[in-house]
Design a protein around this ligand. Structure first.
Ligand code: NAP
Length: 264
């Protein structure tokens, strides 16, 4: 279990404290109920919008005004922070259009909407934007994406947020379902990925600490096989295909500083 809470005390997630009353000061909305969005809601109880429950579609710009502002004459937004967990995640699909529409155009439109309504945008990105960078890649290093539309359009989305947003946090990370769901795991892919509960807890920390800019989030470097063994001891050794990046390790000192600051 990643999180627990003492009566009237701060909620504890992996040793990271979330102060009581935080929800009253900053109202947070999660977009998307995939693997990560669901886990963030499970850990925090923050509001969410999804395609499956609400028919919210990131590629329909009219939906921002319809879903993200009150159904009244007031233009005041309901939420002060939006965490975008929506993406087209068919990582190795050769199809360009949906990746472009969701991961770039949708993120650009959301950025413009958030600016107009003074909402902070937390954009969830991926460690795959560093697939061909020097490793471990820091936030200040040149992100050189993998050779697929997914990571190319995720990097375009990051770039638009960095260029245009007035108040943002771009989080580059990698998270996996728990327990590891496959019979084989790659021994030759390394990164700072971890199970979704651990990564979500770190994201909650960064959001509640009101961090801004670009932030790499992860845990110790390891192979997917090492990670898989933690929850599935009988998992077999496998090898990645040529399209899968061998190394997406990131430099995590900014994240470590944020955690240390909170613990002092
Ligand atoms: N999983 C990983 O290993 C990983 C690694 C690094 C970074 N990331 C990033 O982390 C974020 C969350 O990923 P995840 O693992 O939660 O992925 P996921 O399980 O595939 O969830 C993505 C969600 O986006 C929704 N979606 C897609 N297109 C949409 C649209 N046009 N309008 C509204 N909703 C739409 C999907 O809705 P439906 O349920 O209706 O299809 C789905 O719930 C993404 O930004 C991803 O790029 C993921």
């Amino acid at each position: 279990m990643a999180c627990g809470s003492a009566r009237n005390g701060p909620k504890i997630c992996l040793g990271l404290k979330i102060q009581p009353g935080y929800k009253q000061r900053v109202s947070i909305l999660i977009l998307g109920q995939g693997l990560l969005g669901k886990e963030l809601v499970r850990q925090t109880g923050w509001d969410f919008l999804s395609r499956s429950r609400d028919q919210f579609d990131l590629t329909v710009p009219e939906h921002f005004a319809r879903f993200l502002t009150p159904q009244s004459t007031s233009k005041t937004p309901r939420w002060t922070t939006v965490i975008n967990c929506i993406a087209h995640t068919q990582t190795y699909s050769p199809e360009r259009e949906t990746h472009w529409a969701v991961n770039y155009q949708g993120v650009a439109d959301l950025t413009d909407f958030c600016n107009e309504h003074e909402i902070k945008l937390v954009q969830i990105s991926t460690d795959y934007v560093y697939a061909n960078s020097s490793h471990p890649a820091a936030e200040t290093d040149v992100p050189v994406h993998a050779q697929n539309w997914y990571s190319y359009t995720k990097l375009l989305g990051d770039s638009y947020v960095q260029l245009r947003s007035k108040n943002f946090l771009v989080i580059r990370t990698g998270h996996k379902p728990k327990p590891f769901p496959y019979p084989q795991a790659w021994t030759d892919q390394r990164g700072n990925f971890d199970y979704v509960d651990r990564i979500a807890a770190l994201i909650v920390k960064a959001v509640t600490a009101q961090v801004q800019g670009v932030l790499n989030i992860g845990t110790e470097a390891k192979s997917i096989y090492d990670l898989a063994k933690q929850t599935q001891p009988t998992v077999l050794e496998g090898h990645r295909g040529p399209q899968v990046p061998a190394d997406t390790t990131m430099e995590l000192s900014r994240m470590a500083g944020i955690i240390k600051g909170n613990e002092e």
